[in-house]
Design a protein around this ligand. Structure first.
Ligand code: NAD
Length: 350
């Protein structure tokens, strides 16, 4: 039986990886210490997801381990010697990082290094997939020429119509402390690939979303926005007239790309992974879509000050993913994704 270790296994992406590989007959080890609840309070708690996975899959084993625990991580990989590692555990919020800089860096950068070195020592053949972020580009995308449309900002330059490529600079821009800790991890994952010839890849996510997110104001905007609509809570829009654009990808489509990579790995690869132009939406447009689905008016406040380092318009160029793995494509459009998230909040009793 093949074995996979998934860090952040109770979170949005990690739990989807667990499901996928359990269904494919692998032995799946999930590492998660519910630190999301520590970061975001009870609304960020991911235990509900952990319990569901344990109830649904016999071959799933939960390991209550903190990825900052260097000895524990090394001993775990030495004991399991997995065929693949998908690393999704993180402090994922750029706003939160400023108030908890050590925790942010220790988890995002230090935790990733612990996993990489444990992989090199114990199972160098294992494919290592790392969830990185588009925040590695900092706010440099905001320097592109933009055009203001009725409900969204858009790239003015035709070269960027399909979005931002992996060759975009990660240097000399404002990243937020989160973006900086993720840059460290991203570069380290690439380095373990190039320097030690390990099959690693960094997936620089746009907005990753789906029904398994424990969305909170500081992280998981679509999940949180839909929860606000459902529960008549006011959503706060931070700057850019609410026309800021995000490209959203359902966790199912993220995981199907990971699967393709694990099946045919490459060395030290980097991919921008998001919903692409077809799945891009502004906050104002997202309000319209959820109102259409739920039949309820979206309540919101507007504050002029944008979040520090926040992107005005970000769309991932998916060309490289499609070129290297032509069988992969987006299967969930925005409406389906919205409907699934909406349904999931209903089922969770919101
Ligand atoms: N969701 C997005 O929009 C998005 C966008 C770009 C990149 N990413 C990246 O994708 C990855 C997964 O994101 P997500 O949305 O699934 O996050 P998530 O918060 O839903 O899941 C992360 C999980 O990791 C766990 N965790 C945190 N610190 C830990 C630690 N020290 N030890 C063990 N477990 C720990 C948390 O408890 C949580 O269950 C992250 O690296 C994130 O930076 C996410």
């Amino acid at each position: 039986m093949k074995k996979i270790v998934v860090t952040g296994s109770s979170g949005l992406i990690g739990s989807e990886v667990v499901r996928k590989y359990c269904q494919s007959g692998w032995k799946v080890y999930g590492i998660d210490n519910n630190m999301r609840a520590d970061f975001f309070g009870p609304n960020g708690d991911t235990r509900w997801n952990q319990q569901r996975l344990l109830a649904d899959y016999e071959q799933f084993e939960h390991l209550e381990l903190d990825i900052r625990d260097r000895t524990g991580v090394d001993a775990t990989l030495a004991a399991i010697r997995p065929d693949a590692i998908v690393h999704t555990a993180a402090q994922p919020s750029h706003d939160l990082a400023a108030s908890r800089p050590f925790d942010d860096f220790d988890v995002n950068a230090g935790g990733t290094l612990n996993l990489l070195e444990a992989t090199r020592r114990n199972c160098p053949e294992a494919v290592f997939v790392h969830m990185s972020t588009n925040k590695v580009y900092g706010d440099a995308p905001n320097r592109l020429n933009l055009v203001e449309k009725d409900t969204r900002w858009d790239f003015a330059d035709a070269d960027y119509f399909n979005g931002i490529k992996e060759s975009f600079s990660i240097d000399q821009s404002k990243h937020s402390l989160f973006g900086a800790s993720k840059v460290s991890a991203d570069v380290m994952v690439q380095e373990y690939g190039r320097y030690f010839n390990l099959p690693t890849c960094c997936l620089r996510g746009g907005c990753l979303t789906g029904p398994n997110h424990s969305g909170v104001e500081l992280h998981g905007f679509l999940s949180y926005l839909i929860k606000c609509n459902l529960t008549d809570r006011k959503y706060t829009v931070f700057g850019y007239k609410g026309k800021q654009v995000r490209d959203n990808i359902h966790s199912h489509d993220v995981v199907s790309f990971m699967e393709a990579f694990i099946e045919a790995p490459r060395i030290a690869e980097v991919y921008n992974i998001g919903g692409g132009r077809d799945n891009s939406i502004s906050i104002l447009e997202a309000f319209q879509l959820i109102e259409d689905i739920s039949g309820k008016k979206m309540l919101y406040d507007y504050v002029d000050q944008n979040r520090a380092g926040d992107h005005i318009c970000y769309i991932s160029d998916l060309d490289k993913m499609k070129r290297d793995y032509p069988q992969w494509h987006i299967t969930k459009n925005l409406r389906t994704t919205f409907e699934e998230i909406y349904q999931s909040w209903l089922e969770r009793g919101e």
